[in-house]
Design a protein around this ligand. Structure first.
Ligand code: AMP
Ligand code: MG
Length: 328
């Protein structure tokens, strides 16, 4: 069976085609470019405009015909309401017109499952760092539990806002990474770890107001916030007694974050994994794959019950497709 997955929680429209052996046949990404912050209605209009061409592009890329599709999966939440409603409407229409079942996928869980599919990670702690989300997630007693998360904004959002203030285009994360490579002086910024949670608004304000060479601010911003993330991830490893870290989300494309997590895991005798960059960022292939896992576990939904879940929490999902491995 081939699954068509539609991602559309925020600025990315993704169409993925995945077969039931876990091969990614196509993974088409269309990104809305905000001039200021993401405007939800504008992002939704972008998705509506590109949906049909992106599906056609995916069919061509994967050499797939619409008759081959056996399941439609869509990102049900969490995300921006207008974006979620746009892709959900498209998914329902496709499910009805093709006469195939429908699954609604939790976006954060999908990041974890595509990592389990495409890397050697089996039962990892996921450090999920993206624009809108920052969470440390691991499987325990039938669900993906959130062991730590941001108390305010996502780390990517923090980087993008800092960059916007310095005149960088969106997304600023990769530009900050490049500039940081020339920095060397570690400036003092607020290090905000509260229990297992982190917060980024204070460091954003402090870095934005700082009067110092930009390369040193970028360097210090990365060092400080990535150390915060590495610290809580290490504590989640110790608590859950797991020995794998998986990276996911757009900020996981950052080499310095990968390096810091890699050093931490090696020092503990654990391992770290990161999917291909095209599968780290928001994408349709992860939605398709998780949709298939859900379908196989009997978790498909009727069109009548396919409402979006804007505040869909990671730990609301009954992970029936995974056997319970540990109790603690
Ligand atoms: P996502 O929401 O998962 O699609 O990821 C988008 C976010 O990832 C944006 O906030 C980007 O600024 C950020 N991002 C992408 N590449 C990098 C990078 N190399 N370093 C830091 N942040 C990045
Ligand atoms: Mg994401």
């Amino acid at each position: 069976m081939i699954v068509l997955g539609i991602e559309g929680t925020a600025h990315t429209l993704g169409i993925g085609l995945v077969d039931d052996s876990g091969n990614v046949l196509a993974n088409v990404l269309k990104n809305y470019q905000p001039s200021e912050g993401i405007h939800p209605r504008e992002a939704a209009n972008h998705h509506a405009k590109h949906l049909v061409p992106a599906i056609e592009e995916a069919f061509e890329e994967g050499d797939v015909r619409k008759e081959d599709i056996g399941l439609i999966a869509f990102s049900r939440g969490p995300g921006l309401g207008p974006c979620l409603r746009t892709v959900a409407t498209a998914a329902r229409a496709l499910s009805l017109s093709l006469g195939v079942p429908l699954t609604g996928v939790n976006h954060c869980v999908a990041h974890l499952e595509i990592g389990r599919l495409t890397t050697e990670a089996d039962d990892p702690v996921l450090l999920y760092t993206s624009g809108g989300n920052t969470q440390v997630i691991a499987f325990s007693r039938g669900r993906y539990r959130v062991f730590g998360e941001t108390l305010d904004i996502g780390i990517g959002n923090m980087l993008d806002k800092f960059g916007r203030g310095k005149g960088m285009p969106f997304p600023a994360g990769p530009i900050i990474e490049e500039i940081a490579a020339d920095g060397s002086s570690l400036l003092e910024l607020p290090y905000s770890v509260k229990g297992m949670d982190v917060s980024f608004s204070g460091v954003l304000t402090a870095a934005s107001k700082m009067d110092a060479p930009l390369e040193d601010i970028c360097y210090s911003l990365q060092e400080t916030t990535f150390a915060m993330l590495t610290e809580v991830t290490e504590r989640a490893l110790a608590h859950t007694k797991k020995d794998e870290v998986l990276l996911g989300g757009g900020v996981a494309c950052n080499q310095r974050l990968r390096e810091m997590v890699d050093i931490m895991t090696r020092e503990r005798g654990a391992a770290s994994y990161a999917p291909l960059k095209s599968l780290c960022v928001d994408n349709g292939a992860m939605i398709a794959w998780n949709g298939l896992l859900m379908y196989d576990a009997g978790l498909d939904i009727s069109v009548e019950n396919s409402g979006i879940l804007q505040g869909y929490r990671t730990d609301e999902v009954d992970v029936l497709w995974r056997q319970q491995k540990d109790l603690f």
